[in-house]
Design a protein around this ligand. Structure first.
Ligand code: NAD
Ligand code: UDP
Length: 311
C-alpha cells in the first residue's frame, strides 16, 4: 500500500483519480482549496478510512510523508483561470515549487498535470512532444499557458539539479461526469444548454477543432505514467486523437440529447487555438500500449446521463 497525495483532488479529474487510487488499495490524501472543486465530488469517498481530505492552498508549503504526488491543483477552464490570473500563475508556479520541495524532502515520485495549452495556437499538427509551441506570453490565456510551461521547467530543473523523480503528462481536452456545470468549458456548456433547451453558444464560426478524451482514459494514462521507469520523465501527450470541430460537437450533443435547442454564434475569445490534436505515439510506446478506449459518442452518453441527474 502506498500513501499518495493528490493536489486538486476534489476537482473533476482529481476526484476520478482519487477513486482509482483507492480502488487499487492505496491511502490517498486529497488536498484542495475548493476554488473550482467541491466536497460533493469526493463525498462518496469520505467513508473510506484510507481517504483523507485536506483543505489547503498549494501556494503555501505542505508537509506529509508520502510515496507519490499527483499535482493537479490549478483551475482549468478559461473562465475560472482568468477570474484571478495572478493567483493562477501563483498556483502553477508556487504550487509546483512547494510540491517539488516536498517530493525532494521525502523522496517521493511526482507527476505534473500539464496541458496541451503549452503548444498554444500550434503551427505543427498534430502536436508532438518535441514541438516547443506558439504561445502568446502577454494575452488573457497566458496566466494559464505560461504558468504551466514554467511548472514544466521547474519539474525538469528539480530532476536535473536534485535528482527528483518527475513525470510530466500533457493533457488534451478531457470531459466526463463531475465537470462543473458552470465552468464554461465547451462539453459541459453544450450539454447543459441542450438539456435546459437554451441556445447552444458556439464561439466564432465553430470551425476550430479540439480532440476530446473521456476521463477514464486519462486516469489510466496518468497511473501508467507514474508507474513508468524513472528514466522516462516525459513530457508525454495523453489525449484522444479523434478531432472534431465545435460545430460537429454541437450537432452531436443535439442528436444525443434529442434537444430542440438552437445553435447561436458568439464572438471568439482572444488567442483561442484554431486546432488541437495529440500525436500519442510516445504514450503508446512508453506506457505499455496505452491508448484511449472510449469514443466520443460513448463518453458523451455517460456525461449526458450525469448532467441529467444533476440539473
Ligand atoms: P478542476 O478545476 O475541476 O480541478 C482543479 C482542482 O484544483 C479544483 O478542485 C480546485 O479547487 C483545485 N485548486 C485550484 N487552485 C488551487 C490551489 N491554489 N490550491 C489547492 N487546490 C487548488 O479542473 P480539472 O479539469 O479537473 O483539471 C485538473 C488538472 O488537470 C489541472 O491542473 C488542469 O490544468 C489539468 N488539465 C485539465 C484538462 C482538462 O481538459 N480537464 C486539460 C489539460 C490539463
Ligand atoms: N467554446 C464554444 N462554446 C462554449 C464554450 C467554448 O464554442 O460555450 C469553444 C472555445 O472557444 C474553444 C473550444 O470551444 O474554441 C474549447 O473550449 P474550452 O474552454 O472547453 O477549452 P480550451 O479552449 O481550453 O481547449
Amino acid at each position: 500500500m502506498k500513501r499518495i497525495l493528490v493536489t486538486g483532488g476534489a476537482g473533476f479529474i482529481g476526484s476520478h483519480l482519487c477513486e482509482r487510487l483507492l480502488a487499487e488499495g492505496n491511502e490517498v490524501i486529497c488536498l484542495d482549496n475548493y476554488f473550482t472543486g467541491s466536497r460533493e465530488n469526493i463525498f462518496h469517498l469520505m467513508a473510506d478510512p484510507r481517504f483523507e481530505p485536506v483543505r489547503h492552498d498549494v501556494t503555501a508549503p505542505y508537509y506529509a510523508e508520502v510515496d507519490e504526488i499527483y499535482n493537479l491543483a490549478c483551475p482549468a477552464s478559461p473562465v475560472h483561470y482568468q477570474y484571478n490570473p495572478i493567483k493562477t500563475v501563483k498556483t502553477s508556479v508556487m504550487g509546483a515549487i512547494n510540491m517539488l520541495g516536498l517530493a525532494k524532502r521525502v523522496k517521493a515520485k511526482i507527476l505534473q498535470a500539464s496541458t496541451s495549452e503549452v503548444y498554444g495556437d500550434p503551427a505543427v499538427h498534430p502536436q508532438v512532444e518535441g514541438y516547443w509551441g506558439n504561445v502568446n506570453p502577454i494575452g488573457l490565456r497566458s496566466c494559464y499557458d505560461e504558468g504551466k510551461r514554467c511548472a514544466e521547467t521547474l519539474f525538469m530543473d528539480y530532476h536535473r539539479q536534485n535528482g527528483v523523480k518527475v513525470r510530466i503528462v500533457r493533457i488534451f481536452n478531457t470531459y466526463g461526469p463531475r465537470m462543473n456545470p458552470h465552468d464554461g468549458r465547451v462539453v459541459s456548456n453544450f450539454i447543459v444548454q441542450a438539456l435546459r433547451g437554451e441556445d447552444i453558444t458556439i464561439y466564432g464560426d465553430g470551425s476550430q477543432t479540439r480532440s476530446f478524451q473521456y476521463v477514464d482514459d486519462l486516469v489510466e494514462g496518468m497511473v501508467r505514467m507514474m508507474a513508468a521507469g524513472d528514466d522516462f520523465t516525459g513530457p508525454v501527450n495523453i489525449g484522444n486523437p479523434g478531432e472534431f470541430t465545435m460545430l460537429e460537437l454541437a450537432e452531436k450533443v443535439l442528436e444525443l440529447t434529442g434537444s430542440k435547442s438552437k445553435i447561436v454564434f458568439r464572438p471568439l475569445p482572444s488567442d483561442d487555438p484554431r486546432q488541437r490534436q495529440p500525436d500519442i505515439s510516445l504514450a503508446r510506446e512508453k506506457l505499455g500500449g496505452w491508448q484511449p478506449r472510449i469514443p466520443l459518442e460513448e463518453g458523451l452518453r455517460k456525461t449526458i446521463r450525469f448532467f441529467q441527474e444533476k440539473i
